[in-house]
Design a protein around this ligand. Structure first.
Ligand SMILES: O=C(O)CCC(=O)C(=O)O
Ligand SMILES: [Fe+2]
Length: 322
């Protein structure tokens, strides 16, 4: 474990060793403690030895970058029907020109659900991204187990919420255009992630920043690491014990940036409210009223797909705050 530019780095190697001896168990306990502490304070941390091979990470960033460099008519071939079966359409999307954010992305849901549109070019795009999905899903399970143990919840607790085909976990391959004088530097405006957990792979350009005690802390690229953060749904379940931190992406002049983000979500029909373990059982007041996950997901979609949203129309988790 080491502090690098604000975000803690946690070594997950001890979790990949079979039963493990006393030393391994102690290393696991220490990693769990560090992760929970990072989630209580920052809401963000990094992991190394996470089980996603470095060469797969490289391919999974390079292939989308090659796709985004294709002419618009090629990219248009993977634009999905907006009324499809998923909460956000799979496939390619370019943010509208009046949006302050200057990025394009391609969404990929869990491969077995059959929702995806894959570009035929570059070759082997699908193979790499589907493999990445699987590896990140495994890492997702591990992080859920770490958080359950660290928060005093039973094993498998979070998977009761997340392990369903109606959770719509997805990968977003993102391309941010270089900053320009007229277009400014906003890549993604400040926001909190609306799902359960987020896992981020990025190229070496940088630009992701996390708000901590009123200051923007850079979450810079470090080879071999994956950045993990808590989303709103875990913040609500834990009654704000774990933090869904505000973050943003700042674009740099002359630099195209690529990232790959895995959003681990929760079954659309699940009822989300602070758990008794963090409220009644410890005599703490509820920070949020309960809601159905799909209702919140729909509110969040309005922010994205019906811009321009005035600040008043912008929905985030405070909508349910008590
Ligand atoms: O591209 C990044 O570094 C972060 C993306 C992000 O915050 C998001 O998609 O919610
Ligand atoms: Fe985000």
């Amino acid at each position: 474990m080491a502090a690098a530019k604000g975000l803690l780095t946690v070594d997950l190697a001890p979790f990949f060793i079979g039963d493990g001896d006393e030393v391994t168990r102690a290393a696991r306990a220490s990693a769990i403690e560090t992760i929970v502490e990072a989630c209580r304070t920052y809401g963000f941390f990094r992991v190394v030895n996470h089980g996603v091979p470095g060469e797969l990470v490289s391919r999974s960033l390079e292939l989308p970058a090659a796709f985004f460099a294709l002419p618009d008519e090629e990219k248009a071939k993977v634009v999905a029907d907006p009324d499809g079966a998923t909460p956000i359409p799979a496939g390619y999307f370019r943010l509208p020109s009046h949006s302050p954010e200057n990025a394009e992305y391609l969404l990929i849901y869990q491969p077995h659900l059959g929702h995806n549109l894959y570009p035929a070019n570059p070759h082997k795009f699908r193979e790499a991204l589907d493999e990445c999905h699987k590896k990140l899903a495994k890492l997702g399970i591990l992080v859920q187990e770490i958080l359950a143990e660290g928060m005093g919840l039973p094993p498998g607790f979070f998977q009761e919420y997340t392990d369903s085909d109606s959770s719509f976990h997805f990968l977003a391959a993102l391309h941010y255009f270089p900053a320009t004088e007229e277009g400014g530097t906003v890549g993604l405006s400040k926001h909190e992630d609306g799902r359960a957990l987020t896992f981020l792979l990025q190229d070496n350009v940088g630009g992701l920043e996390v708000l901590k005690d009123g200051e923007w802390v850079p979450a810079e690229p470090i080879d071999g690491t994956i950045i993990v953060n808590i989303g709103d749904l875990i913040q609500v379940l834990t009654n704000k014990k774990l933090k869904s931190a505000t973050h943003r992406v700042v674009r740099k002049p002359g630099m195209h940036r690529h990232s790959l983000v895995y959003f681990l979500s929760i079954d659309a029909d699940k009822w989300i409210e602070p758990l008794p373990e963090f409220t009644d059982k410890v005599s703490e007041p509820l920070s949020y009223r309960g809601f159905r996950h799909k209702e919140y997901a729909e509110l969040r979609n309005r922010n994205k797909f019906h811009p321009p949203a005035t600040p008043k129309e912008f929905y985030n988790i405070n909508y349910y705050a008590i």
